[in-house]
Write a protein that binds this ligand. Structure first.
Ligand code: SAM
Length: 288
């Protein structure tokens, strides 16, 4: 039975092992059963599912995952947590803990090996210092994914849902929306964690699109253009693209591409929608 959502049990485990929280690993453990149940519900896990958990901590959410999924692989960087996990997960025979940095794991190979290449579900209370590389890594490496249900900083969750016109809109919003349909399912206050983080958190579910919502001939080029535009947010789109080292186009060609897109020459990149970035990259691609 899952027991660690109860703070008393969590404290008991931490004391038994003399565990010291490591700030550098973004360790804030969940101590609220209502939130844990909410995450499991939102992730829609069934006994057919293979679940990847990133950063199991002492195994609080892992216990819930083991009870609802067919198989769970949990990747934890902190070696001090490994003996604790062996203890707290000893009742389950459908879980494997890997002591590794998630950014170094070949998740595509893992999905291939353990789930025969079928889409996996990712569930995590993420370490906030590497939220963006983890999400981008999952999408860009084309891991077969059904959905990603994750706890992130509230501000980052908001950013993933934003569109043009908001100051939160950025490269992460566009990348997430290209690959998935983002939906915030829970807002979570600092009091639900031990120790308490300084920021509010939210659980967001990213459901992978069966087909991307826009047609792009060269995904890599589109993301280069997006990065170039948001690296220099205050500049016009034309200047942003001009200053971008990776793009070997002269000023006139860039102007021509922007004209062809049908937007004013003075527009800023941050005003473009995903559809417009897709169209722009298809236009730029013709001149490369
Ligand atoms: N899942 C647990 C919970 O909800 O109580 C812990 C969540 S805590 C916010 C983040 C966890 O990710 C910690 O256990 C931390 O050690 C682990 N972690 C941090 N960086 C990591 C990385 N690069 N790879 C794998 N795990 C990491």
């Amino acid at each position: 039975m899952a027991t660690l959502g109860n703070p008393k049990n969590t404290i008991e485990v931490l004391q038994k092992y003399g565990f010291n929280f490591q700030k550098k690993f973004g360790q804030n453990f969940l101590i609220d059963t209502r939130i844990l149940e909410g995450i499991i519900d939102a992730a829609q896990i069934t006994k057919d599912d293979f679940v990847l958990e990133i950063g199991p901590g002492i195994g609080t959410m892992t216990q819930y995952l083991c009870e609802s999924a067919r198989e769970v692989v949990a990747v934890e960087i902190d070696k001090n947590l490994i003996p604790i996990l062996a203890d707290t997960l000893s009742a389950y025979d459908n879980v494997e803990v890997i002591n590794e940095d998630i950014l170094k794991v070949d998740i595509k190979a893992l999905a291939e090996e353990r789930n025969h290449g079928k889409p996996i579900k990712v569930v995590a209370n993420l370490p906030y210092y590497i939220t963006t590389p983890i999400i981008m890594g999952l999408f860009e490496s084309h891991v077969p994914i059904d959905s990603i249900t994750i706890m992130v900083q509230k501000e980052v969750a908001d950013r993933m849902q934003e569109g043009p016109g908001s100051k939160e809109y950025g490269a992460l919003s566009l990348a997430v929306q290209y690959y998935a349909n983002p939906k915030i399912v829970l807002n979570v206050p600092p009091s639900c964690f031990m120790p308490q983080p300084k920021v509010g958190s939210a659980v967001i579910r990213l459901e992978r699109h069966a087909q991307p919502p826009v047609q792009v001939e060269n995904e890599q080029l589109m993301f280069q253009l997006i990065r170039a535009s948001f690296n220099q947010r205050r500049k016009t789109l034309a200047n942003g693209l001009n200053n971008f080292q990776g793009l070997h186009l002269d000023k006139e060609t860039i102007q021509k591409c922007i004209e062809e897109l049908g937007v004013p020459a003075t527009i800023r990149g941050e005003a473009l929608s995903l559809e417009q970035f897709a169209k722009l990259s298809n236009i730029v691609g013709k001149y490369l």
